[in-house]
Design a protein around this ligand. Structure first.
Ligand code: GLV
Length: 431
């Protein structure tokens, strides 16, 4: 029986059926015990929204900006390695869906379709994500290639100089293209749609790397490539050098600590992304959503703060915005759509998130996404302050410790009018 798709979870279940196990697992896993991977989404559930009533909900808008670029909603597609293995030509399809939805697409260094290929097959500028490798001449060429392709922002990832171990990738012998082992052939036999699409394309290798570097023994395996090529000596001086060579909008990704955020802000980058790499690197690190408030407090007035990690719904998006993110990235949420149904699936995932964000914003009593701030959050501890913005302690832990954890309903008094109030200024946050 076909089930109507109403949520990102529905897309995940379809992707799990359609995508070969090694690539589904690659996307849907975290490092070691996966505790940070789980915390990323679980911690969103602890945040409660304030329901508001009897406010005009007409004429709503989700339009905003990210690094100064207009976006239909403040949600970008995150750089994700091997997207072209979730579905044949995956990066091109996702970039097209993002362009149609009016949101940015970020191409990973570790993509299957190359920068040039995506540029040739799409008509909107996209963002390019850069990993720093030992071969600096290669990095310089990558930056130049991204410029030549008209990429409108560079996303420099700073949290993957060595790879956190993902058990499933080892067990599955992750490689691209998959090696013709018995286990792989048996699994591929159950994925006829994926195989058929993959047979129609020539894009099955790391497109940005294949044919552009020499002397690498096994480029098919992400872990061996990372171990031999990624540069563990990365420093803030290097960041400055890449920034100078790039000369355009720069986004620094992988910041989870306020001190690092201060350093990142000092570079003069246009934005930072609060991120733990989707729980794929330091297992035991705090969730992105819990790290966000202290980073916004530290640098929110100096640099645009974006975040990723754990977002599976429009409700999650609005919670991140409420805690000070100017915008968010979604990774797995669009990959599930891609694996399930190609371009149409990515469009569907963006549409699901857009609708959820829009309706949730209205039910919180707001009409303009740019007005979202902490006033839409309810404190979840047992103390008497239901409003997160007037809560006695920092809201990063979502409990003030003054009482048992509980949802406080109806305790807010004297809340200022929601619609049209200059929330951001009132809270001293930058927007
Ligand atoms: C890198 O792209 C990763 O696998 O997290």
């Amino acid at each position: 029986m076909t089930r109507t798709i109403t949520s990102i979870e529905d897309l995940r279940l379809i992707a799990k059926r359609r995508v070969p196990r090694m690539f589904y697992d690659y996307a849907d896993s975290g490092s070691w015990t996966e505790s940070t991977y789980r915390a990323n989404s679980d911690d969103f559930q602890a945040i409660k929204l304030r329901q508001r009533i009897a406010v005009d909900m007409t004429n709503r808008t989700l339009a905003s900006t990210m690094v100064g670029q207009p976006v239909a909603m403040p949600v970008a597609l995150a750089p994700t390695g091997l997207a072209g293995m979730q579905h044949a030509d995956g990066e091109i399809l996702a970039a097209r869906a993002a362009a149609k939805a009016g949101v940015p697409f970020t191409l990973s260094t570790m993509s299957i379709c190359s920068i040039e290929d995506v540029a040739e097959h799409t008509d909107q500028p996209f963002w390019f994500q850069l990993y720093v490798m030992r071969d600096r001449a290669f990095i310089d060429r990558l930056i130049d290639r991204a410029k030549a392709a008209g990429c409108s922002a560079l996303v420099l990832t700073l949290d993957l100089q060595i790879l956190g171990q993902r058990h499933k990738d080892i067990r599955n012998s992750l490689s691209t293209p998959p090696k013709p082992t018995l286990a792989n052939l048996v699994n591929l036999a159950t994925k006829p749609r994926w195989c058929w699409n993959m047979l129609q394309t020539r894009r099955r290798h790391f497109g940005n790397i294949h044919g552009h570097v020499e002397g690498v023994a096994d480029m098919s395996s992400l872990s061996s490539w990372t171990a031999t090529q990624f540069d563990p000596r990365l420093s803030w001086d290097d960041v400055k050098r890449f920034q100078d060579r790039w000369g355009g909008k720069l986004i620094l990704k992988g910041i989870l600590d306020p001190e690092d955020a201060e350093n990142a802000a000092r570079t003069g980058a246009d934005a930072i992304v609060v991120s733990n790499h989707g729980g794929r690197q330091l297992d035991g690190a705090m969730s992105s959503i819990n790290a966000l408030p202290s980073i916004v407090a530290a640098v929110g007035s100096k640099v645009e703060v974006l975040m990723d990690g754990g977002i599976r719904s429009g409700q999650d998006v609005i919670k991140a915005l409420a805690l000070g993110a100017h915008g968010v990235f979604i990774g797995r949420a669009f990959l599930y759509g891609l694996g399930a149904m190609g371009e149409q699936g990515v469009s569907l995932s963006l549409d699901i998130i857009r609708r959820e964000l829009d309706t949730t914003m209205a039910l919180c009593g707001l009409r303009d996404v740019k007005d979202v701030d902490r006033r839409i959050l309810a404190a979840v501890c047992g103390c008497q302050s239901a409003r997160a913005d007037t809560h006695p302690r920092d809201f990063g832990s979502f409990s003030c410790g003054d009482g048992p954890v509980a949802t406080v309903a109806g305790a807010a008094t004297a809340a200022p009018p929601i619609i049209g109030s200059p929330h951001a200024e009132a809270l001293g946050q930058s927007r």
